[in-house]
Design a binder for this molecule. Structure first.
Ligand code: ADP
Ligand code: MG
Length: 389
């Protein structure tokens, strides 16, 4: 469905007297179109231009991307401090919407690959995670959900410094307009989306949990081969989602059997077997291939080999302390219950991010949620301000 092929030395733009862009190189291919490296022929600045496919569905979704990036850049991050991609302008070229961005470097998947899938140092994981949390805190304030957080959508600013930017707001939506149910790339898809539940900005925090573990290990944590396999992997590692979620999920009965009621009258559920699911859905579900011999997240992380050969005992001790802190941090993000899952503001206070000594399970400061805020008795007298600020 690509009717317009881009060539190096072609020129984009210039219709209605706008700037013209000389194509220098191809940077990436995505589902929405192609991204090319360009030179603005007036200013000589280098930029990246995303040329969107000219199908109505892509065009409309990309108009949302323009609106969301414009809002984030001008209203929420005017000084470019929160690791959000900058968009310079947008224009139509031969019926294709073109988005002009600052030019960035490799994405984090490419970085992991260049590192032979061996994973990044705990220190580098921390630096990237901190920056991702800053972006996600802004998105939460704006009540925007990215909906496609993954290593391919996180780019290094340059190869010299560990500075990153979140890109690709082509799937993003407002919390009040969660119209799509089939969202997020499978490996990073949250339990509530898999189960067909209402969702909010906390789905990005689930993806973040998957991403930070992947940065550390070099391999995806839940590399599901189907929706069923994705959920099986999550349940194998973290157990069943809480009953109050399974009770209302539109997809619960796709994946789980009802298994009676407990003494308190709560419904019990059991994940369908591979055979049952395959038969019911006329698919051939394969058993999960595991990258690691350990099954518990804690063991996978603690027993992961250190990159340094023959480290001194003091270095081992220090690394293991960091890993214990990292595990506690990740567990707060990979909470199966979206209500209990940490917000970006809460996660940013964890010792793994602040660099404080980790002394035991972190209890995040509770942040009053926006939903309950007006219902509190003091709400009418207290000055009304965003509780997350
Ligand atoms: P899609 O929605 O099709 O996935 P993206 O916006 O994610 O499109 O862009 C696809 C790929 O193009 C990215 O994964 C990245 O490798 C590359 N890319 C996108 N934007 C930039 C940019 N500003 N600078 C450099 N490369 C980019
Ligand atoms: Mg993308």
């Amino acid at each position: 469905d690509w009717d317009y092929i881009l060539y190096v030395n072609d020129v984009l733009g210039g219709e209605h007297g706008g700037d013209r862009y000389l194509i220098l190189d191809v940077l990436g291919q995505g589902t929405f179109g192609q991204v090319v490296k360009c030179q603005n022929m007036r200013t000589h600045d280098i930029c990246a231009v995303k040329v969107v496919k000219n199908k109505p569905a892509y065009l409309n979704q990309s108009k949302m991307e323009v609106a969301i990036l414009d809002l984030l850049n001008t209203q929420y991050d005017p000084h470019d401090q929160h690791h959000i991609l900058r968009m310079q302008e947008s224009f139509i070229h031969k019926n294709h919407l073109c988005l002009v961005f600052e030019c960035l470097s490799s994405n984090l998947y490419e970085l992991i690959k260049q590192n032979q899938f061996k994973g990044l140092s705990t220190q580098l994981v921390k630096v990237f995670t901190h920056q991702l949390l800053e972006c996600l805190a802004v998105l939460k304030d704006a009540r925007l959900i990215h909906c496609d957080l993954k290593p391919e959508n996180i780019l290094l600013k340059s190869l010299q410094s560990p500075q990153i930017k979140i890109i690709d707001f082509g799937s993003a939506c407002h919390e009040m307009q969660t119209v799509y149910t089939y969202i997020q790339s499978r490996f990073y898809r949250s339990p509530e989306v898999l189960l067909g539940l209402p969702y909010s900005t906390s789905i990005d925090m689930w993806s973040l949990g998957c991403i930070v573990v992947e940065l550390f290990l070099g391999l995806p944590l839940f590399p599901g081969t189907s929706e069923y396999n994705q959920l099986s992997r999550i349940v194998d590692m973290l157990g069943n989602p809480p009953g109050h979620l399974l009770d209302v999920g539109k997809q619960t009965h796709e994946f789980f059997n009802f298994a009676g009621v407990d003494a308190q009258g709560r419904k019990q559920y059991q994940l369908k077997s591979l055979e049952q699911y395959s038969q019911e859905h006329r698919t051939k579900e394969q058993p999960s291939k595991q990258y690691f011999k350990q099954t518990k997240l804690r063991d996978i992380i603690m027993e992961y080999p250190m990159s340094k050969k023959n480290p001194r005992q003091s270095e081992v001790d220090k690394e293991m302390a960091h890993r214990r802190s990292f595990i506690d941090f990740v567990e707060g993000l990979l909470n199966l219950d979206p209500i209990k899952r940490w917000s970006p503001q809460q996660a940013a206070k964890h010792p793994f991010i602040t660099g404080e000594k980790f002394t035991g399970p972190f209890q995040p400061p509770s942040v009053p949620s926006k939903k309950t805020f007006p219902a509190t008795p003091t709400a009418s007298t207290a000055p009304v301000q965003s509780p997350s600020k």
